[in-house]
Design a protein around this ligand. Structure first.
Ligand code: SAM
Length: 330
């Protein structure tokens, strides 16, 4: 049972910045920040979680912010520096790293840093989903883009208009768990022969016309949008890569070698659907079995009713936390 020690984090600052962090109290409680520690945030977003941790570790602490999105990263850096060192934000030890979290070990090595706490809060920030130009949501009319990393060459428009029907159906089935995947893919391929599919509206309308998915509060296009988003950003590939590099670092630490993860480090992962939670659960199980890390949470932690009512994104959030072992050399 998690004891909440902070008021709910629906602060004016979060509302103004456009993204409310999920499970804020639980994350801080379980990461258990101590003065002067080093926190690595693999998915900085708008810096909501990191700002809370910053207040706990104080000006002698170090924060590494990583994100694929330059604009989020810039905003997070300003906010976290202020939280870490309110008297003199310019002197705060905040490192902002632009890039995929799977590449963090090399960058941390360059900075000669190792983490006491690590957080990966997967998926997108509300600022990204609510920006029509990103094409992530059928709620807004926009181009079919969906890229988290704006320098990446592949957009959803390219996938929808060029993939063979079978591959398109496989993506919608595998990453969207959409039962009508074959029918949707066939409709999209027929439609693109008449005219390329270039907008979120058009895609949503085509999916709706053939989907037998649930009606009512869930839009029938939900699963297809999720599938394309995962494919465009190789979200599961990046997650697997992150878990792999974490596993390597944990093994090194357990064997007393140099590692970017300290002994006794707390590692928290927040996932938003079962395709993400499954590999996290499997990795935590393997690390426990090999003796590299012990779970801190029993199963998953989910949002309280009160959090979900003020932050609907929290509805599907699942948090798992573990702790690296002490290691032979320590
Ligand atoms: C849910 S938001 C994080 C919100 C953050 N915890 C906060 O409190 O503001 C997820 C962020 O992770 C970033 N992201 C997603 N996948 C990533 C990856 N593979 N590497 C780096 N950043 C990633 C997104 O750009 C987004 O800004």
């Amino acid at each position: 049972m998690i004891r909440c020690v902070y008021p709910p984090l629906v602060s004016d600052e979060n509302t103004e910045l456009g993204h409310i962090p999920v499970l804020p109290n639980e994350v801080v409680e379980l990461l258990d920040p101590q003065k002067g520690e080093t926190f690595v945030d693999c998915t900085a977003g708008l810096g909501g979680h990191a700002a809370m941790i910053a207040e706990k570790i104080g000006p002698n602490g170090i924060i590494v912010l990583n994100d694929l999105d330059q604009s989020n990263l810039n905003r997070a850096k300003l906010r976290v520096a202020k939280a870490l060192c309110p008297e003199n934000p310019g002197s705060a030890r905040v490192h902002a790293i632009l890039g995929n979290f799977s590449e963090l070990p090399r960058k941390l090595k360059e900075l000669e840093l190792s983490a006491d706490m690590i957080l990966a809060d997967l998926g997108f920030a509300s600022t990204q989903v609510d920006d029509p130009d990103r094409g992530l949501s059928f709620r807004f009319s926009g181009p079919l883009d969906m890229r988290m990393d704006q320098s990446s060459p592949i957009t959803a428009e390219e996938l929808v208009n060029t993939l063979p029907e079978r591959e398109l159906a496989d993506i919608i089935w595998r990453y969207g768990e959409e039962k009508s995947a074959r029918r949707i893919a066939s409709k999209l391929v027929a439609a693109r022969e008449v005219e390329p599919i270039t907008t979120t509206d058009r895609l949503a309308e085509l999916v709706r016309s053939v989907s037998r998915g649930p009606r009512g509060s869930i839009n029938p296009a939900t699963k297809t949008f999720q599938a394309l988003r995962i494919a465009v950003n190789d979200e599961l590939g990046s997650l697997e890569a992150l878990l792999r590099v974490m596993g390597i670092a944990l093994r090194k630490k357990a064997q007393g070698e140099d590692s970017w993860i300290q002994s006794n480090a707390r590692i928290a992962l927040i996932s938003f659907h079962s395709l993400e939670d499954r590999p996290v659960k499997r990795a935590f199980g393997e690390w426990k079995q090999t003796g590299w890390a012990d779970p801190i949470t029993k199963g998953v932690i989910t949002g309280t009713e009160s959090e979900i009512s003020s932050n609907p994104r929290a509805r599907s959030a699942k948090l798992r936390v573990c702790r690296s072992v002490r290691g032979n050399a320590c």
